[in-house]
Design a protein around this ligand. Structure first.
Ligand code: NAP
Length: 312
């Protein structure tokens, strides 16, 4: 009535072997139990025959009744059987155990190869190596020199009189073409951060520089510039630049002193009337690393000195 399905699933050979093993083990235990029963009943039987019915009462070995000798010999065989089943497990043989172990190892190797293949597919080897290198690099202790070395040089660039004067009525109070040239040379290609007033003192945008203007007025807008409300925001916008410049004026230099790690100061030798001033800065914090004097001439009404300070 029922036809045998052709696609009956095959039993996994390993499962089958395990099942066979369990089955043989049950048989072994059963045999041992039977052995025990036969041994106990047989021993009683021998004792009854020999001692009660006197069968073979005259047969002795070294003075002991034959029934006791038989029980001792049988007992020895029973103990041996017990040990084989429970202690040495030798009923399946060492060969069987080794074969099982080998199969297990092969199976594990196959599984590892499959996992490795999946990992290789998910993460290409080059990417893993790169990530590992990045991880090792990140874990490496930072040397004192590296710690001291700033990742970004934030420079305040200014020209100030002996009395720190910067300008008056939103304009400069001197004309020093070489200082302008130096300013242009240093800042070109970089972000320049300035206050709204300084920005408005320019006749036009300075070419090849990213202008960032700080104003408290959230609605302030000007073409070609990035307007921000804080110095932190201005520096955030300059993150991609390794050397952004804070270019003034007085209020913004005061804000920038905390963040800058370099000052390029042109000290103009003279006292000037002004309404914007460069902030006082601590000689304990700032170290003069370079100075270069420029005398007055037909193009420069005042002598001046380029001073480079680095934050200690
Ligand atoms: N000698 C030099 O090297 C040099 C360089 C640059 C400028 N200057 C001179 O300096 C003078 C201008 O300097 P200044 O001090 O008057 O003005 P400024 O620093 O250029 O700009 C001041 C403006 O910046 C904004 N601001 C200031 N602090 C702020 C804060 N904490 N948060 C948000 N916004 C803030 C405000 O804009 P809002 O009013 O829009 O809110 C403020 O009015 C001019 O005379 C200029 O020629 C000289």
């Amino acid at each position: 009535m029922f036809s045998k399905r052709k696609d009956t699933p095959q039993i996994d050979p390993l499962q089958r072997e395990l099942y066979e093993h369990a089955r043989k083990r049950v048989i072994q235990k059963k045999r041992l139990f039977n052995h025990f029963i036969v041994f106990v009943v047989g021993s009683i039987f021998f004792v009854v025959l020999n001692l009660i019915f006197g069968l073979g009462a005259e047969v002795t070995f070294f003075g002991a009744k034959w029934s006791f000798i038989a029980i001792i010999c049988w007992g020895f065989l029973f103990v041996l059987h017990f040990c084989n089943v429970w202690l040495f497990h030798s009923f399946m043989g060492q060969e069987w155990t080794d074969r099982q172990m080998e199969r297990l190892i092969v199976k594990q190797k196959e599984e590892i190869a499959l996992i490795q293949r999946d990992v290789d597919l998910m993460y290409p080897k080059e990417e893993l190596i790169k990530k590992k290198e990045e991880f090792i690099k990140a874990k490496q202790p930072v040397t004192i020199e590296e710690k001291k070395k700033p990742k970004q040089i934030i420079t305040m660039i200014a020209a100030a009189g002996e009395n720190n004067a910067l300008g008056k009525d939103n304009d400069l109070v001197w004309h020093l073409p070489d200082d302008f040239k130096r300013f242009k040379q240093l800042t070109t290609g970089h972000h320049i951060i300035m206050g709204r007033k300084t920005f408005e003192s320019f006749p036009k945008l300075l070419p090849n520089r990213v202008h960032i203007v700080i104003s408290r007025n959230k609605d302030y807008q000007a073409e070609g510039v990035i307007v921000v409300q804080t110095m932190e925001e201005a520096l955030e916008k300059s993150k991609s630049d390794t050397n952004p410049f804070i270019i003034g004026g007085g209020e913004i230099y005061t804000l920038g002193l905390e963040y800058a790690n370099c000052i390029e100061l042109t000290r103009v030798h003279g006292e000037f009337e002004a309404d914007a001033f460069f902030p006082e800065f601590d000689a304990e914090v700032w170290e003069l690393v370079k100075e270069e004097f420029h005398d007055k001439d037909e193009k420069h009404q005042y002598p001046f000195t380029y001073l480079t300070y680095k934050k200690k």
